[in-house]
Design a protein around this ligand. Structure first.
Ligand code: LER
Ligand code: MN
Length: 276
């Protein structure tokens, strides 16, 4: 069976705490490094969308024959404290405005924008519907802007210990349908799926119509093969259900970022090459 799945490496200026990124340095350096290891693309994480204006990025992409797969936006929440569902309207509109700058950059780079923890959290048990309504309002604005700019955003189910709502694939698909979003689709992350899905393979089959991007990390968030997830079956179900996008290396930089980046591509390329 033919498979055109490509791989991507997570790149960030500075890895803070135990964030699951594998290259630390400038974006042009990250692009050259990812290419040298055999990755096809880079996933760029920035705190400020202005970082993506660096003209060295385009030059490095050209020189190395690389593409940007997606722009991560989680640092807006983790580092800058912005949330699409903040109860402070000023914070919320700054979050939406910053996400629009990411959409602008994605339109230049022809890549996806990830919506992860910038969704914020439900502040109390009885505030679920209120939070969903705020998120629906913010997402509707982003969806319209993304449509104008012909950009796709991918909404990531994140496990309950990091975000306390919209944790599994079915909930994200329901949310997309409920607000009739067209340019917001879904991505999956096997680390989160291992915690939240009843059956990982069935969740992929059931939600395939929405899945546009994939993060691979094992059950312990190390590279695929270092935990107990059955990646052979996960790759097989993705390919047999027509997935033809990008799989990105978002896993812990352990025992070192260099080791994890090298082992991730060796393991995942090894599985994908069985289909080519
Ligand atoms: C973002 O892609 C994600 O998976 C979060 O868990 C990052 O910490
Ligand atoms: Mn992820």
């Amino acid at each position: 069976m033919n498979c055109n799945i490509r791989t991507s490496l997570t790149v960030i200026k500075e890895i803070i705490g135990d964030a699951p990124f594998l290259f630390e340095g400038t974006f042009p350096e990250g692009i050259a490094y990812a290419h040298s290891l055999g990755y096809d693309c880079v996933e760029l994480h920035s705190t400020d969308p202005e970082e993506l204006g660096d003209p060295g990025i385009e030059a490095a992409l050209r020189e190395n024959g690389m593409q940007i797969s997606a722009l991560g936006t989680g640092r807006l929440y983790v580092n800058a404290g912005l949330s699409l569902t903040s109860d402070d309207p000023q914070n919320r509109s700054e979050a939406v405005a910053a996400m629009m700058r990411y959409i602008d950059a994605a339109s230049r780079f022809d890549c996806l924008v990830i919506i992860g923890c910038v969704r914020g959290n439900v502040p109390s048990k009885d505030a679920y519907e209120e939070t969903i309504a705020l998120l629906g309002e913010s997402m509707t604005k982003l969806d319209e802007y993304a449509r104008q700019k012909q950009v796709t955003m991918v909404f990531e189910p994140i496990n309950r210990y990091e975000n306390n709502y919209l944790c599994n694939t079915y909930e994200i698909a329901d949310f997309i349908r409920r607000f009739d979003l067209t340019n917001i689709r879904m991505m999956i992350d096997t680390f989160h799926m291992n915690i939240e899905e009843v059956d990982i393979l069935q969740a992929i089959r059931d939600n395939m119509d929405y899945i546009r991007y994939v993060h691979f990390a094992d059950s312990n968030r190390w590279w695929p093969g270092k935990g107990h997830l059955d990646f052979t079956s996960i790759v097989d179900v993705l390919i047999k259900n027509g997935y033809n996008g990008i799989i990105s290396a978002e896993c812990l930089p352990l025992p070192s970022k260099e080791a994890a980046a090298g082992e991730w591509i060796r393991s995942v390329r090894g599985m994908l090459d069985n289909y080519e």
